[in-house]
Write a protein that binds this ligand. Structure first.
Ligand SMILES: *Cc1c(COP(=O)(O)O)cnc(C)c1O
Length: 447
C-alpha cells in the first residue's frame, strides 16, 4: 500500500492505462464472500454481522483491494472507514442484537433492530421535519431548504453509495425504511420550487451519492436547471472520487458524464463537485488521481470536505497531509466537520477541544493555500457552528464559536461564547458562558 507522496507524477492521459472494472458490491449478506476477511479472527466477522444488521454496510472490490491495508486490519483507518466494528454499537445494543440474531426469530430480529436504530438519532438536526419546503402548502419530498441560498435535492436513484462509510450521518437513508428516507422522484417539483424562489442560487444534488446514477438519469435532473437564470451554481455531493473513480475513467458512460459537466460549465454556471475525503490514502491510487484530473479538465471545481473521526483521521499530521495532497491535485479544502450526533457517533466522536487542537495543528503545518478549510464545524439544528478557539474572558475559560451558516442569516459570522467543557462533543452539551441562561440564537423565533 503506497503512502501519499507529495510530488505527483504527471499522468499520461491514455485511458488504456486503466482497466475497466465491473462494479460489484458486498453487503451484510456477503460477508463470507470477501476472502480478505478470512485473514481476520472469526470472532470479528461475527461482530460485523451483528453491527451490520443495524448500520448499513456495503463495500466494493476497488475499496477492498486498493484502499484497505490488510496488513494493518482491523486497526487500519481505511478498514475502519468501511467495515463495521463491535464498538460502533453501545455494549447493551450489541448484546441485544446478538441475542436476537441467535434466536433466529425474524420477528424478534426485526423488532430489536428497529428499536436500536430508533435510539441512534436517525435524523439529526430535525431534518425530516424542519427543512422540507412547500409549494402552496404541499410538502415537496426529496428537497431540503435550510439556508436561503442553497436547496438540497435528493434524486431517488441516487440514494445509495458505491461503498458506505461506517460513520455516515445519512445512514438512515440506506436501511430501506421509507419513513426515514429523503428522496425525490421528480425533477419537476424542484424546478417549480426554484422558479418560486429566486433567492436560491445554489442547488446541491446529494444523497447517498448522485454519481451512482447513470449519466442519462443525472442529465435528466440537471439539464432543466441550466434554464433557470437564478441558479448560479450546481453542486454535486459525492464520494465516487474515492470509492469508485472508474465512474470518471473507464465506466461505459464516463465520457458522457464528463460531457455533461462540460455542458454545465459552458452554460455559464459554476459546477462544484463537493468531494468527500477522510484520509490521504484515498488520493493515492493512480486511477483516483486520473479521475480528479478528468473532472478538473471539464472546468468543474472540486472542493473537499469530511468529518474529523476518532480511529480514522484524528491527528494533525493526517489532516495536514490530506489538505496538502488536495492542493497539489487542484482540490480546494472546504470544510472539516465535527462527527454528527447520530449512528455510530460513540465510536467516532472527538471532544470539541481536541477537534480544535487538531484543526489548528494541521493549519500550522500547511501554507495558506491549504488553509481554506473552515471548521471544525458542527452541522446542527440552528446552523453550521464553527469552533474558533479556546480563550479566557474576564477570568472564565470559554469556547469562541461562530455561525458559518444560520437558520437566521443574521446570525452568520457573529461570535459567541460557551463555557469551556473538555468533554463536550456536540452543541447540546455546551452551556452559554458568563452565567447567561441561553445562547443568543435560542431567543430567536427562527431557531
Ligand atoms: C452545509 C449545508 C448547506 C451548504 O452550506 P454552505 O456553507 O454554502 O456550503 C446547505 N444546506 C444544508 C442543510 C447544509 O447542511
Amino acid at each position: 500500500m503506497s503512502e501519499i507522496h507529495t510530488a505527483i507524477p504527471f499522468s499520461s492521459r491514455r485511458t488504456s492505462r486503466f482497466e475497466a472494472r465491473t462494479y460489484r458490491a458486498f453487503t451484510a449478506k456477503h460477508l463470507d464472500e470477501i476472502p480478505e476477511l478470512e485473514r481476520l479472527p472469526p470472532a470479528l466477522r461475527e461482530e460485523m454481522r451483528v453491527v451490520s444488521s443495524v448500520l448499513p454496510f456495503r463495500v466494493n472490490r476497488y475499496v477492498i483491494e486498493e484502499l484497505v491495508d490488510w496488513r494493518r486490519a482491523p486497526d487500519d483507518p481505511l478498514f475502519r472507514l468501511v467495515f463495521p466494528q463491535r464498538e460502533m454499537l453501545a455494549p447493551e445494543h450489541f448484546d441485544e442484537v446478538a441475542a436476537a440474531l441467535e434466536s433466529e426469530s425474524s420477528e424478534r430480529i426485526a423488532a430489536t433492530v428497529a428499536k436500536v436504530r430508533s435510539e441512534l438519532n436517525p435524523h439529526p438536526a430535525g431534518q425530516l421535519q424542519s427543512n422540507v419546503p412547500r409549494i402552496g402548502g404541499r410538502r415537496v419530498e426529496g428537497l431540503q431548504h435550510k439556508y436561503p441560498e442553497t436547496v438540497l435535492f435528493f434524486p431517488s436513484q441516487g440514494q445509495v453509495c458505491h461503498s458506505y462509510c461506517t460513520f455516515c450521518f445519512r445512514w438512515a437513508q440506506f436501511i430501506g425504511d421509507p419513513d426515514l428516507r429523503i428522496a425525490s422522484r421528480e425533477t419537476a417539483a424542484l424546478t417549480e420550487y426554484l422558479a418560486a424562489h429566486p433567492e436560491v442560487t445554489d442547488v446541491l444534488v446529494t444523497g447517498g451519492d448522485p454519481l451512482v446514477m447513470r449519466t442519462k438519469a443525472l442529465r435528466a435532473h440537471l439539464e432543466p436547471l441550466l434554464a433557470i437564470e437564478s441558479i448560479r451554481t450546481i453542486r454535486i455531493g459525492t464520494k465516487s472520487l474515492t470509492f469508485w473513480p472508474h465512474r470518471f475513467v473507464t465506466d461505459p458512460d464516463a465520457e458522457d458524464l464528463l460531457a455533461l459537466f462540460r455542458a454545465i460549465v459552458a452554460s455559464g454556471k459554476h459546477l462544484a463537485v463537493m468531494a468527500h475525503y477522510n484520509h490521504p490514502r484515498e488520493l493515492a491510487p493512480a486511477i483516483a488521481r486520473e479521475a480528479i484530473a478528468r473532472v478538473r479538465a471539464t472546468g468543474a471545481q472540486i472542493r473537499a470536505q469530511g468529518p474529523l473521526l476518532a480511529h480514522i483521521n484524528d491527528s494533525e499530521e493526517t489532516w495536514a497531509r490530506l489538505w496538502q495532497a488536495q492542493v497539489e491535485l487542484g482540490i480546494v479544502p472546504y470544510y472539516m466537520f465535527v462527527e454528527r450526533d447520530t449512528g455510530a457517533r460513540r465510536y467516532f466522536e472527538v471532544p470539541l477541544v481536541d477537534a480544535y487542537r487538531i484543526y489548528r495543528g494541521a493549519m500550522k503545518r500547511v501554507s495558506g493555500l491549504a488553509r481554506t478549510a473552515r471548521g471544525p464545524s458542527m452541522s446542527c439544528h440552528p446552523g453550521k457552528i464553527e469552533i474558533q478557539g479556546v480563550t479566557e474572558v474576564g477570568g472564565e475559560k470559554v469556547f469562541v464559536l461562530r455561525f458559518i451558516q444560520g437558520r437566521n442569516p443574521d446570525w452568520v459570522q457573529r461570535p459567541f461564547f460557551a463555557r469551556f467543557d473538555a468533554q463536550a462533543t456536540w452543541l447540546d452539551q455546551l452551556r452559554p458562558a458568563f452565567g447567561e441562561p441561553r445562547f443568543f440564537f435560542e431567543r430567536d423565533p427562527l431557531n
